[in-house]
Design a protein around this ligand. Structure first.
Ligand SMILES: [Zn+2]
Length: 466
């Protein structure tokens, strides 16, 4: 049976439509790596008890797209356009990463996510310049304690649009036959190819074949800005290359009929509203995806520009979409919408069960359902901003933040308690990140004006069409 842990007396938001919310309070029993029972009151004998009174208990959050290695340069791009980012990150820093820098970036980046309540992270790792970089990235995410889908995205040299370079298939095969051969571990493998927006259709077909051969899900950028207007999804549909093992990230500039093609083929979506709004990818596609029949997942994306927690992402999502809904109501001659079209609960589902679905993990995580793995977050609701707790889901979406995430379980293991990650040498993680940042900056020799401090705006990358 394994160790038994009783999470007692919290407001339980299961995100399972059958179980609903246990308000004001309920219990969750964990046995071994799984959820055993969810009920108003559970007597679990000698189970270890976690007191969750004055707390919310929810499924862990899922971020379905993050370039975690970039965490070393967090916020360097907070005032950059997409074109600045291409010069400043991809044209300056990417090739200077040594494997130990990849390790340091992935470690602090994954711990940042976990600390904020993201129990599952899809690490979209596209700076794997050698097999040693790949190993270092996997070492770091494995050490973090989070559930991670490691999406192999090749090296920086593959990101020259439009590339005819093949994805480094040998490295993917090596990992698939080696340390990530199981689909049941805490860290699993996916393929993050460039897709036909950034590579030729011949390369794309080979990448899709590689994923099929190795039994891997595909996660791919589509519909970000100008690139997405060339009907890339329609081109895939013509080739018969759409399927339910795929997640398309952004989707902003895809046409409505392309979103319908995704829906018809079971393709899931990942929206990164902060970065899409900042970098001009287009308006978040939330409402258009919902109209097409796709409930999106949420993501951080470029963690050297925007924040790394999903509370901000949930608020960007709901704020933008409600603005659209009200604007459409005014166009119809109404003062505003008569009822909210997108609810806080919708957005919570995007950040949990829809994230799980986009990772192919919906049978394992994403709701507090008995039988699923125990990926659980306990969020303090006794702060001035959360008290009185009148609407648990509304409070979580609009008032919660990483500082309130008190306790986290991943796969039944307590990885954060009393607001502190367990078994993490925080001083070491910080030191490694700062040393790697300093070393890369030194080796850049000030290329493209590289410097820290907040006043570096590199020249815009010219190949990027406005
Ligand atoms: Zn991205």
């Amino acid at each position: 049976m394994g160790k038994r842990t009783l999470i007692k007396g919290g407001t339980v938001v299961t995100v399972d439509p059958q179980l609903g919310d246990l308000y004001p309070a309920g219990d969750v029993l964990v046995e071994g790596d799984s959820i055993a029972e969810v009920a108003p009151s559970i007597d679990a004998g000698d189970a270890e008890v976690i007191d969750a009174s004055d707390c919310l208990v929810l499924p862990g959050l899922v971020d379905t797209h993050r370039h975690t290695w970039q965490a070393l340069f967090r916020n360097i791009g907070s005032d950059w356009t997409l074109a600045h980012y291409f010069t400043g990150l991809h044209g300056t820093m990417s090739e200077l990463y040594r494997p130990e820098d990849t390790y340091a970036g992935n470690l602090i980046g994954t711990l940042e996510a976990l600390d904020s309540g993201i129990t599952t992270l899809l690490d979209w790792s596209h700076n794997l310049n050698t097999p040693a970089h790949t190993d270092a990235a996997i070492d770091a995410v494995s050490e973090s304690g989070a559930r991670v889908v490691f999406a192999h995205g090749g090296g920086f040299q593959h990101w020259q649009p439009i590339s005819a370079l093949d994805h480094p298939a040998d490295d993917v095969r090596r990992i698939r036959e080696g340390r990530l051969s199981s689909d049941d571990g805490l860290v699993t493998l996916a393929l993050a190819p460039r897709g036909n927006q950034f590579a030729t259709m011949e390369v794309t077909e080979r990448d899709w074949q590689l994923a099929a051969e190795l039994g891997l899900r595909i996660t791919c950028h589509f519909g970000d800005g100008e690139w997405g207007k060339n009907r890339p999804v329609a081109a895939l549909e013509e080739q018969g290359l759409l399927g339910p093992t795929m997640t398309f990230v952004h989707c902003n500039s895809l046409a409505d009929d392309e979103l319908a093609m995704m829906a018809a083929n079971g393709v899931t979506a990942s929206c990164s509203p902060d970065i899409e709004l900042q970098m001009g990818h287009g308006w978040p596609a939330t409402g258009r995806l919902l109209d097409a029949g796709i409930r999106p997942s949420l993501s951080i994306d470029v963690c050297c520009s925007n924040g790394g927690h999903l509370f901000g992402t949930m608020r960007a999502t709901i704020g933008t979409e409600r603005g659209f809904d009200n604007a459409r109501a005014r166009e119809r001659g109404e003062a505003s919408v008569s009822e909210m079209e997108l609810s806080c609960r919708d957005v919570l589902e995007f950040a949990t069960i829809e994230g799980a679905r986009a990772c192919g993990l919906e049978s394992k995580i994403g709701t507090l359902t008995p039988g699923k793995r125990a990926d659980i977050i306990i969020v303090r609701a006794d702060s001035f901003g959360m008290t009185p707790l009148n609407n648990p889901v509304g409070a979580f979406v609009y008032n919660a933040h990483p500082g309130l995430v008190d306790t986290i379980l991943v796969d039944g293991q307590v990885v954060k308690r009393d607001g502190k990650l367990l078994g993490v040498d925080a001083a070491r993680v910080r030191r490694l990140a700062i040393e790697s940042r300093d070393d890369i900056l030194r080796r850049s020799g000030g290329k493209n004006g590289a410097r820290m401090g907040g006043d570096w705006v590199p020249q815009a990358y010219e190949a990027v069409e406005a």
